[in-house]
Ligand binder design. Structure first.
Ligand code: FAS
Ligand code: PHB
Length: 388
């Protein structure tokens, strides 16, 4: 087989890149290790920056998002008995955030790809990129016991943190920066109305809690748990009781509980690799960087990478210029490191970092300072909605 761009990974980064390329008639193939149902079964991000909304509109997969997505103009933060709000639309000259699940974005992209007739190979095994430093890049994979080979001009590694792409470049060609937090997020999805019409970030002496949503009838909640926590030790009842314990009483009293559609524990990690390109292979999304979800940046960064790579590939195929391709890594990393900083800052601000009371006192001082300073609130707001 031959194609212009071989995309490894069929998550949001891979499918968005595929859609943007397909719309411009640039041939591409997506190779996904799992089934379509498995990919759609992952419950992950939910909060979109304006730039992400704009890019999905450019990709022509925005109709359902605009019908069903929820526009947000601020978020709430609770600490030390205080209930505060960051009016980010007001503080950023009108920028909003859209609440629309990553699962739905991926579904919209998959539907659009099926309509376009573009090739996606699900349950592709042992996908392996070859010769991306040389002149004949290609990707091999196995399906139904047969080995297949795809010759291409470029390889897009959109295969997430545990994918094969980054692992294929060789330790001598890459620098990795990593910090693993000593805690994770236990998340629960339930078909119940959200406790608040805006997202709640809750600082509590026993650990962070987050109240979010996917629609007016579907809620997404998270509580901080130790890194070695086992999902099987958490019943739904135990989750709801602990969430209520960490929320202010008046909020806990109006919390509507219900059966879990999904429960999962996600470890929190900060990770960035440099560079993000290796000859004719380009990494995008979680394959190149991971941010703790406290800043709601992971999915938004993946979307920006896919758009940046599409722009560079489109320029190459239209004009023959490699300038944007050569600048891809620097362009992405400037944005990635600023988002990594903000995500680290939000994580260290809201989570129980240790049993050392000093940490909690400094966090409360930072939260109190933030709410006393319009400049501090504006800085938080402009990072939350996404820097230009
Ligand atoms: P993805 O990991 O989504 O997709 C990579 C795809 O590549 C997967 O489908 C995988 O099956 C496939 N793949 C892997 N190895 C392969 C191989 N060898 N061959 C072929 N295919 C292969 N972000 C937020 O903003 N907010 C959140 O609340 C949030 N929660 C998260 C919870 C969890 C548990 C995780 C893991 C991440 C969360 N994120 C969150 C971040 C998340 O949304 C990512 O940023 C987003 O999925 C990135 O998309 P991709 O880069 O496409 O990677
Ligand atoms: C979510 O809705 O999943 C969500 C919201 C805000 C975050 C992280 C995740 O910071």
């Amino acid at each position: 087989m031959k194609t212009k761009v071989a995309i490894i990974g069929g998550g949001p980064a891979g499918h968005l890149l595929g859609q943007l390329l397909q719309n411009q008639g640039i041939d591409n193939i997506i190779l996904e290790a799992k089934s379509k149902e498995y990919v759609l079964g992952r419950i992950r991000a939910g909060v979109l920056e304006q730039s992400t909304v704009d890019i999905l509109r450019e990709a022509r997969v925005h109709e359902r998002m605009e019908r069903e997505g929820l526009i947000h103009e601020g978020f709430k933060l609770f600490f030390k008995g205080r209930s505060e709000r960051i009016p980010f639309k007001e503080l950023t000259g009108g920028k909003i955030m859209m609440v629309y699940g990553q699962t739905e974005i991926t579904r919209d992209l998959m539907d659009a790809r099926e309509t376009s007739g573009a090739t996606t190979i699900y349950e592709a095994e042992n996908v392996t990129p070859h010769d991306f430093h040389g002149g004949s890049p290609r990707v091999t994979y196995e399906k139904n016991g047969e080995t297949h080979e795809i010759h291409c001009d470029f390889i897009a590694g959109c295969d997430g943190f545990h994918g094969v792409s980054r692992r294929s470049v060789g330790a001598e060609n890459i620098t990795e920066y990593e910090y693993a937090y000593p805690f994770g997020w236990l998340g629960l999805l339930a078909e119940v109305p959200p406790v608040s019409d805006e997202i709640i970030y809750c600082h509590h002496e026993d650990g962070y809690a987050l109240c979010s949503m996917r629609s007016k009838n579907r809620s997404r909640y998270y509580i901080q748990v130790p890194i070695d926590e086992k999902l099987e030790d958490w019943s739904e009842e135990r989750f709801w009781a602990e969430l209520k314990r960490r929320l202010p009483t008046e909020v806990a009293q109006r919390l509507i509980t219900g059966p879990a559609l999904e429960m999962s524990i996600a470890p929190l990690r900060s990770f960035v690799c440099e560079p993000m390109q290796f000859g004719s292979m380009f990494l995008a999304g979680d394959a190149a960087h991971i941010v703790p979800p406290t800043g709601a940046k992971g999915l938004n960064l993946a979307v920006c990478d896919a758009k940046t790579l599409f722009d560079a590939l489109e320029d190459f195929y239209q004009t023959g210029s490699r300038t944007k391709l050569n600048d891809y890594s620097a362009t992405c990393l400037d944005r990635v490191w600023k988002a990594a900083r903000f995500s680290w800052w939000m994580t260290t601000l809201f989570h129980k970092l240790s049993d050392n009371p000093f940490h909690r006192k400094v966090q409360l001082a930072e939260l109190e300072y933030t709410m006393s300073s319009m400049a501090a609130q504006a800085a938080l707001a402009e990072n939350f909605v996404g820097l230009d």
